[in-house]
Design a protein around this ligand. Structure first.
Ligand SMILES: *[C@@H]1O[C@H](CO)[C@@H](O)[C@H](O)[C@H]1NC(C)=O
Ligand SMILES: *[C@@H]1O[C@H](CO)[C@@H](O)[C@H](O)[C@H]1NC(C)=O
Ligand SMILES: *[C@@H]1O[C@H](CO)[C@@H](O)[C@H](O)[C@H]1NC(C)=O
Ligand SMILES: *[C@@H]1O[C@H](CO)[C@@H](O)[C@H](O)[C@H]1NC(C)=O
Ligand SMILES: *[C@@H]1O[C@H](CO)[C@@H](O)[C@H](O)[C@H]1NC(C)=O
Ligand SMILES: *[C@@H]1O[C@H](CO)[C@@H](O)[C@H](O)[C@H]1NC(C)=O
Ligand SMILES: *[C@@H]1O[C@H](CO)[C@@H](O)[C@H](O)[C@H]1NC(C)=O
Ligand SMILES: *[C@@H]1O[C@H](CO)[C@@H](O)[C@H](O)[C@H]1NC(C)=O
Ligand SMILES: *[C@@H]1O[C@H](CO)[C@@H](O)[C@H](O)[C@H]1NC(C)=O
Ligand SMILES: CC(=O)N[C@H]1CO[C@H](CO)[C@@H](O)[C@@H]1O
Length: 710
């Protein structure tokens, strides 16, 4: 900003003042963001048993306990890049990836090959599901002296403060009548955790730091809350490569190798392996001035420039304040209304946690970088929930970090479609960074992930209506739409195009061989083909005939007794517990999606919404179900009801802000946080045809910088 203003040196100082004021107002708005954010700083006096206080940067998270490290609770250190393969099975004919053939299912008169576990190929199928798996890069904790095993209750006056505005954790406590303070912060650019410890205990050598490294097993689908195998010490190796005022620890687990660059600012400090054959190292201070500061950078690379605690702290502080100051913000009447206070808390903590867990180079796994779910893999159908909120909150640079996943995965998506005899590109589901989709019946038969690119592209075009945006998405939209058109099946009897069978709808709870024409997927197909067609027209290109035919002649939304139903012909939809306890996918056609211009009926939708309220078992609902319900309620104008959903007793956020998994999945379940921000984003920015903010009038909410929904 300075060089820009220096060009105005000739102008009178009062004019410069005016200009400066305008610029400041435009960038930060009128809400006092800092005071609202810091009101929700996390304050603890004990470790949470499974939810860590997180520090991180989107691609890396260091998860801490009460003392600001991983001393008492073995919280994880996870990254975008740290993955491991177990050895391939040795079962005859199942020793390589190409031995997996999947299963053939009849699909509209022909056999189609699906990537499903084949009972004849159980071992290689399971290997493909569990590999690669995300690894815990290591544990760093306080060391209280040789042979000492100190427990948390021995620390007096424990306190941990996480300052959200600057991204730093400060822990203080007394041990053996000596004060200790630990400051911890993670670099926004590199995977560096920086720590400063202050205590008289350091002067006598009675305090240090341990580093420990686990093996990875790939045995558990959910490695929660803790990841890694600590006692298989013979299965992996660690080696210390020394350097001045620092060390590099090389960790090798089979084909996976990475490096931990530890730098300190104390000439006499030393690092040593604690016990031969194990992987625990102790860093002991040398000089006796009562301060030990060090940085620990985790990297696949053997070289990394030296950095320092002060440098990381200052970079992190600027990054976080800029994060809070940019994009949208909402201020709720927290003093007047306890619901508003709780919602504001959820919003602020979700914003903090999603910058750490939902802004990496790949879309996030559902548990982000806190622990492992589904072996650490991410789901393509969840990308909408994980990333769409960034668009509504105008945080495009974070969204852009991983949105190229569609382009990166195009080759494997083309191959998937080709193997099954379809044109275009079929998106996978449970994925690793290579784009391979794990075998699974649901994984291979789910289809709603296919349309997300159209949604993202259109929101982006509304904001940036440029040739660059059109080019960015052209290949992806064309390939995705080609598959969508080819997948729709022309029914000679009814003279219309059908979706499925076999297929799974959003709710994943119906018989795939009977599931045909689900309401949500029909609406999404129409929406997606429409966007893809407009994309062609905007580029002055022709629209493929098949897209138009499928768009025009797609089966109508199934309606029974004046209500939309999950899929055409579903039996006893409203009285079968199985159907009334999972995702209310059909509600996505209004709120999440814009109403279909020719096919949507508001009276039918309103009646369906009421019926869902009446019949659903919401104790079994979880994650993004509540934001979905809130969006549907808000778009029909019922702001009070929308808030009820966002604060529902089955939709909890714990004391550190983690979205509680609830009845179905471990904590954290980040689609809950991302869905919350999406719903709040839409309720703040409004929709085409319904101005926001859509909140109770008495709340007088203040919003700034939100995008409007379609
Ligand atoms: C710790 O915090 C909890 C909740 O805020 C409070 O109830 C408790 O008294 C505190 N304990 C100590 C030892 O300060
Ligand atoms: C795991 O194996 C697959 C298949 O050979 C390979 O593409 C991938 O890069 C491997 N990942 C790691 C972390 O070794
Ligand atoms: C669906 O059909 C496939 C064969 O095409 C069969 O293997 C599978 O068991 C069927 N599933 C159900 C739930 O009927
Ligand atoms: C330290 O104590 C805890 C229980 O307080 C125990 O789980 C752990 O194994 C002990 N560690 C060592 C190295 O003895
Ligand atoms: C490691 O611990 C697990 C679970 O506690 C146990 O089943 C296994 O035998 C142990 N392995 C070794 C090598 O000690
Ligand atoms: C460690 O290696 C041994 C020998 O290869 C193997 O039997 C064991 O299963 C491995 N442990 C883990 C946790 O993978
Ligand atoms: C807080 O706002 C909600 C939503 O408008 C309302 O239902 C509730 O009564 C309010 N509570 C108080 C204490 O004003
Ligand atoms: C055509 O649609 C009818 C009505 O939905 C359905 O019963 C029939 O199975 C469909 N035909 C084919 C070949 O899928
Ligand atoms: C609702 O789901 C819960 C599981 O979370 C279950 O315990 C309860 O029995 C269900 N209630 C009904 C009425 O089906
Ligand atoms: C079913 C099948 O492919 N069986 C083969 C498994 O591998 C052995 C030895 O390589 C072959 O002899 C079998 O034909």
């Amino acid at each position: 900003m300075l060089p820009y203003f220096s060009r105005f040196r000739g102008i009178t100082s009062s004019l410069i003042f005016v200009l400066f004021t305008l610029v400041t107002v435009a960038s930060t708005g009128k809400i006092n963001r800092k005071s609202i954010v810091q009101r929700y700083n996390v304050l603890l006096n004990a470790s949470h048993p499974y939810s860590p206080v997180q520090l991180g940067n989107g691609n890396f998270a260091f998860n801490t306990d009460i003392a600001g490290l991983q001393t008492f609770v073995p919280h994880n250190t996870l990254s975008s890049w740290g993955w491991h393969n177990s050895s391939l099975p040795t079962t005859p004919n199942q020793t390589q990836i190409s031995d997996f053939t999947g299963l053939e299912w009849w699909t509209h008169g022909r056999l189609v090959k699906y990537a499903q576990p084949n009972p004849e190929e159980q071992d290689i199928s399971q290997w493909l599901i569990a590999n690669p798996h995300r690894i815990n890069l290591g544990r760093i904790g306080l060391w209280f002296g040789a042979g000492k095993n100190v427990s948390e209750v021995e620390l007096k006056g424990r306190n941990q403060v996480l300052d959200l505005w600057s991204g730093i954790s400060i822990s203080t406590f007394t041990y053996n009548n000596k004060k200790v303070s630990v400051k911890t912060v993670v670099d926004p650019e590199t995977d560096t955790v920086a720590v400063e410890i202050e205590s008289d205990l350091l002067k006598k050598g009675n305090l240090g730091v341990f580093f420990d490294f686990p093996y990875a097993s790939g045995k558990n689908k959910f490695d929660a809350p803790f990841v890694g195998v600590w006692n298989a010490t013979a299965n992996h190796t660690t080696t210390v490569l020394r350097k001045d005022e620092g060390a590099v620890i090389k960790h090798a687990l089979d084909a996976t190798t990475y490096f931990v660059h530890i730098d300190w600012d104390d000439n006499d400090a030393t690092i040593r392996r604690e016990t031969e054959g194990a992987h625990r190292y102790i860093l002991r201070p040398g000089r006796g001035d009562g301060t030990l500061s060090f940085t620990s950078t985790f990297s696949p690379s053997a070289v990394h420039p030296k950095t320092s605690f002060d440098k990381v702290r200052s970079t992190a502080s600027s990054w976080w304040s800029n994060y809070w100051n940019s994009g949208a913000f909402i201020s709720l009447p927290t003093a007047a209304n306890s619901s508003a206070h709780e919602l504001q808390r959820r919003i602020i903590l979700s914003q903090y946690l999603l910058a750490i867990n939902g802004a990496g180079r790949d879309p996030p796994q559902e548990s982000g970088l806190a622990n492992n779910g589904w072996y650490g893999k991410f789901h393509m159908e969840m990308v909408f929930w994980h990333l769409a909120h960034w668009q509504f909150w105008n945080k495009w640079s974070l969204y852009d970090r991983s949105i190229d996943v569609y382009e990166r995965f195009l080759p494997s998506s083309f191959e998937r479609a080709k193997k099954q005899g379809y044109k275009g590109a079929r998106l996978g589901k449970m994925s690793d960074p290579s784009g391979r989709s794990a075998p699974g019946q649901i994984n291979s038969l789910l289809i709603w992930q296919q349309v997300h690119p159209m949604y993202f592209a259109e929101m982006e075009y509304r904001k940036f209506p440029t040739t660059k945006t059109l080019r960015k998405w052209d290949a992806v939209l064309t390939a995705a739409a080609d598959w969508m058109a080819d997948y729709a099946f022309w029914n000679e009897t009814t003279k219309r195009f059908d979706l499925g069978p076999p297929m799974y709808p959003v709710s994943e709870n119906t018989n795939p061989n009977q599931t045909i024409n689900p309401t949500f997927e029909l609406a999404y197909w129409r929406f997606g083909l429409d966007i893809a067609s407009q994309w062609q027209k905007r580029q002055r290109k022709g629209v493929p005939e098949t897209w138009t035919q499928v768009y025009d002649k797609l089966a109508p939304f199934p309606v029974e007794n004046g209500l939309y139903v999950t899929y055409e012909g579903i039996d006893d939809m409203w009285t079968t517990p199985e159907y009334t306890e999972d995702h209310q996918g059909l509600l996505g056609i209004y709120g999440w999606l814009p109403p279909d211009p020719e096919r949507f009926s508001l009276p039918t939708f309103t009646a369906t919404l009421e019926k869902v309220y009446e019949t659903w078992n919401f104790t079994f609902s979880y994650g993004w179900d509540f934001p979905l319900l809130a969006m549907a309620a808000a778009r029909t104008g019922d702001a009070e009801k929308a808030l009820e959903w966002l604060l529902h007793e089955s939709f909890q956020f714990d004391e550190v802000g983690m979205p509680v998994g609830g009845a179905r999945v471990p904590t954290p379940y980040f689609p809950g946080s991302a869905g919350l921000l999406l719903a709040v984003g839409m309720m703040s920015g409004g929709w085409d045809g319904l101005d926001g903010p859509v909140f109770p009038k008495e709340w007088n909410v203040e919003v700034e910088g939100f995008e409007r929904g379609m």
